[in-house]
Write a protein that binds this ligand. Structure first.
Ligand code: SAM
Length: 281
């Protein structure tokens, strides 16, 4: 079953949370010269025109990137300023927000000589969209199952590796599959920096992933959650966005906390942010 299309959700608050965390992590990785291999296991389309029929159907970006972009002039947090400046480079007119970039685009902005990004996409139509995007030469787009193939790609030929795992969780089994894959991946690449996104839904399915990781033996798992509103069992839909970062760069927590302090008031009165060590060192 592959019915999920990210274009319906592009630029929503979860994308902002995910891509800010990714962006800050990339910034730390860029501070050292040793090359990095990037693997994006669930790449999506790469770039989403906000005017498309799919994105206009739900207009989720209006509760995500839009209020932040509108407030650009009053933003002082350095991470948010850098992120917004990079986002403006994805626009035809840098002053107008018409496109929202996905993870392969964000990672491609960080690529240096001798570095590669492998972006996996299983949905044939989504893969075709990704293939049609203009992205730097170091980006290799693969039509295939990124989760299944991840461990075969590890270890990588470069000294460092950074992985983004961003499933749609259409199937509940995906929470288990992600946890099982992480155990195998960490056994093959102990120092890998791995970012995992998960949705916060009233049914609380993400707890299976968190619990499995807590008993996996993997250490240094940092958790970051952006809540748009309080969890309410009577309401449908995602109330928050979660990110786990295994082996997070030092200082990531403080940088994101600063950015979130300016972002959350823009997302509504109930919005709040929380981060902690899910599994410490
Ligand atoms: N990472 C993207 C971003 O941040 O812009 C969004 C990805 S979206 C949440 C999930 C994508 O994964 C969908 O395009 C879906 O078709 C794709 N997908 C689902 N299962 C997959 C798998 N096993 N391997 C690769 N892609 C998969």
């Amino acid at each position: 079953m592959l019915s999920y299309q990210h274009a319906y959700h592009a630029g929503n608050f979860a994308d902002v949370h995910k891509h800010l965390t990714l962006f800050a992590t990339l910034d730390y990785l860029l501070r050292k010269p040793s090359p990095v291999t990037y693997i994006d296991t669930h790449a999506g389309r790469g770039l989403y025109p906000l005017s498309s029929d799919e994105t206009q159907r739900l207009q989720e970006y209006r509760d995500g990137v839009w209020p932040l972009w509108q407030a650009s002039a009053s933003i002082s947090d350095p991470l948010l300023c850098d992120w917004l400046a990079t986002l403006s480079r994805a626009q035809r007119d840098p002053a107008e927000l018409t496109h929202y970039p996905g993870s392969p685009w964000w990672i491609s902005q960080a690529l240096r000589a001798k570095e590669r990004l492998y972006g996996f996409e299983l949905h044939p139509g989504e893969h075709q969209h990704l293939d049609d995007q203009l992205l730097p030469a170091g980006v290799e787009r693969v039509h295939g199952d990124g989760l299944a193939v991840l461990c075969q790609r590890l270890p990588v030929p470069t000294p460092r590796v950074c992985v983004l795992i961003d499933p749609s969780y259409e199937r509940k089994d995906e929470y288990w599959e992600v946890a099982a894959t992480l155990s195998l991946a960490m056994a093959k690449a102990r120092h890998a920096v791995i970012l995992i996104w998960y949705p916060l839904l009233p049914a609380g399915h993400h707890q299976a992933l968190l619990d499995a990781l807590a008993s996996s033996g993997i250490r240094k798992i940092w958790r970051s959650e952006l809540h748009l509103r309080a969890a309410d069992a009577h309401e449908r839909g995602m109330y928050g966005s979660g990110m786990l970062v295994i082996n997070p760069p030092w200082g990531l927590d403080e940088r994101l906390a600063g950015a979130m302090a300016q972002l959350t008031p823009l997302l509504g009165a109930q919005s709040h942010y929380h981060a902690d060590w899910w599994v410490p060192e």
